[in-house]
Design a protein around this ligand. Sequence first.
Ligand SMILES: N[C@@H](CCC(=O)N[C@@H](CS)C(=O)NCC(=O)O)C(=O)O
Length: 234
Amino acid sequence: MTIELFDLAGADPAVRFSPYCWRIRMALAHKGLDVHTLPWRFVEKQAISASGQGAVPVIVDRGRVVHDSWAISLYLDEAYPDRPKLFSGSQARGLSNILRFWTQSALHPVILKTILNDLFAALDPGDKAYFRSSREERFGMPLEKFAFSPESGAAVLEKALGPFRAALDSQEFVCGSKPAYADYIVFGAFMWARAVSPIALLDRKDPVHAWRERMLDLHDGLGRNAPIAAKADA
Ligand SMILES: N[C@@H](CCC(=O)N[C@@H](CS)C(=O)NCC(=O)O)C(=O)O
């Protein structure tokens, strides 16, 4: 049975850029589950109304609707216990949860500020007014003022990645010798940037760069082969 995933898309419907949806794309591939992705735009709240809220990812699995990337990841391990696990046990779940909050508080804001102009350019025209007004309300300032210059973004990111970099110097993946959900949490943030922006976020000598390369190759190059917005292809 194919699982349906509502997946945030840009002006080009093939360009998928939600960091949270990327977690789930990777998680489904990790478990070897078939997925049919449905391109979704911010303003298409009606299409996901069965989930009772207005954000993606949302999956529909054999009639069951699940939303929120964390809830979906837990659901997938529970519903498909015989498939490769996203969490090896309660310790892995606990630690992944901490990494989830670190990613969202330390990493996402820096990446968002760095790629914001490119992200805005990649949005579907029908999403632009909604994105501008909802985000300007959230940030308390115009998008253009909130955005970093590309150079300062990469420098702030370099600092923010400090502990993550130190760990990856001595292990291949966040989860050790093999990737699992905690890797997908952080990787989603890099796919967000890759899909819309040509800005090089990482130095080639950075262990985080080497990790990202390994992640891009996983699951038959799911990340590496994903379409990117025209402007990101620099
Ligand atoms: N905590 C949620 C966050 C999901 C989220 O914020 N999704 C964004 C796309 S990246 C969204 O759909 N936002 C809807 C909106 O801004 O109206 C999760 O982990 O799934």
